[in-house]
Design a protein around this ligand. Structure first.
Ligand code: DAH
Length: 377
């Protein structure tokens, strides 16, 4: 087998060279290989090896060229090959000699540079990143729920309408679908089902109950998408943590106790909480859960007098939606609605992070300016 890497081990005929003008690129290639090798010879042993490899009588590269290119060359090519070889030999010999002198006199630049490394200099600082504030808040929330027996499940960000809506008791043409401006994927006409970017983490309630029998106690952190125009409180991508607890004997008291426990762990024991009636198709009863304003302590008055700008004087801040799982939902997952009960909640993480860390523009979470992110690492 001819060695394709190394043209000097093949004849010119093998290489397809039939005319003198094809030779110069061949010689240039050999020459640049030599240049690279000699430049790496920084001490005598390396120099010796390079010299033998190139000038060695029997199998040095120049000997190979003589044997493989020059001797068998056609009469028309012989002169040109001979001339190229002589020129190459002169270059190789003179550079090998020059390199020998450089090594002997200790003036070889690369070798000197090697000796000149100052080990006492400080190294190159490569800053290590930190967790994004959203990731940190996810973790804070997960830790609180872990401590009371919940585990984490995650699910797809691309969903079918069945999981995102129907199985959550939101049939097609139900007006609450209008609350969520949805991104549908642009699929071919014959696609078996439409697909959409999930508008909430609630579909994972269904996926979890399809797979597991009660007791179920899970939280679902993740990204969700809505066709909202970006402003200080809206983003077309944001983060939620869904929660679901289902068992044979879960009561409204378990529900309120769990949520209150979470909020006091998250914001501190001093916050007051309240539930307001609300509506979600997949919970019954449904609530909106509020905390006393963390900025004005629930007074509605700003520190320097005047109305608190965060709660607009109300003293309360709306945190998230929740409720007891609507029995209709159990019908979609083959749970016996007469025997099981449970609660669910869905909170916006960006909003919780903004409240806890005093951030007034949701966009900063997505701009990823390290000067912002570093403040929380
Ligand atoms: N999925 C709702 C939303 O994104 C939030 C929600 C409300 C989730 C009540 C729940 C719940 O699990 O019980 O607007």
């Amino acid at each position: 087998m001819p060695n394709i890497e190394n043209p000097t081990s093949r004849t010119l005929a093998d290489l397809g060279v039939t005319q003198a003008d094809q030779l110069s690129s061949l010689f240039t290639e050999v020459r640049s290989r030599f240049d690279a090798e000699i430049s790496r010879a920084h001490d005598e042993p390396a120099w010796n090896i390079t010299k033998v490899m190139w000038l060695g009588r029997k199998s040095g590269v120049l000997a190979q060229i003589t044997d493989n290119w020059l001797r068998p060359a056609s009469p028309e090519l012989k002169r040109a090959v001979g001339a190229g070889l002589n020129e190459l030999r002169a270059q190789v010999e003179s550079q090998i000699e020059a390199r020998r002198q450089a090594i002997e006199s200790g003036s070889d630049e690369a070798a000197l540079a090697h000796d000149r490394i100052d080990l006492s200099l400080p190294g190159v600082a490569r800053p290590i990143g930190s967790h994004h504030l959203i990731r940190q808040v996810f973790q804070e929330i997960e830790d609180i729920f872990f401590s009371i027996g919940f585990s984490v499940v995650e699910g797809p960000e691309i969903e079918t309408p069945y999981y995102n809506f129907e199985a959550l008791n939101i049939p097609e043409f139900h007006p609450v679908r209008d609350d969520m401006d949805t991104f549908y994927l642009d699929l071919p006409k014959n696609a078996p089902t439409p697909l959409l970017l999930r508008t909430h983490t609630s579909p994972m309630q269904i996926r979890t109950m399809e797979k597991r029998q009660p007791p179920v106690r899970v939280i679902v952190p993740g990204k969700v998408y809505r066709r909202d125009n970006p402003d200080a409180t809206h983003s077309f991508i944001f983060h939620q943590v869904e929660g679901l607890a289902v068992d044979n004997d879960i009561t409204f008291c378990d529900f309120t106790g769990t949520i209150e426990y979470f909020v006091k762990q998250f914001f501190g024991p001093g916050v007051k909480t309240r539930f307001r009636p609300s509506y979600f198709p997949f919970t019954e009863p449904s609530v909106e859960f509020d905390v006393s304003c963390i900025f004005c302590g629930g007074s509605g008055t700003a520190a320097g007098g005047g109305t608190c700008s965060k709660c607009k004087g109300a003293g309360w801040i709306e945190l998230f939606g929740a409720g007891m799982v609507d029995p209709a939902v159990y019908g979609f997952v083959n749970y016996d609605a007469k025997r099981v009960s449970g609660f669910a909640f869905g909170m916006g993480i960006d909003r919780l992070a903004m409240l806890k860390y005093g951030i007034d523009d949701i966009q900063v979470f997505f701009q990823n300016d390290v000067r912002f992110l570093r403040q929380f690492s």
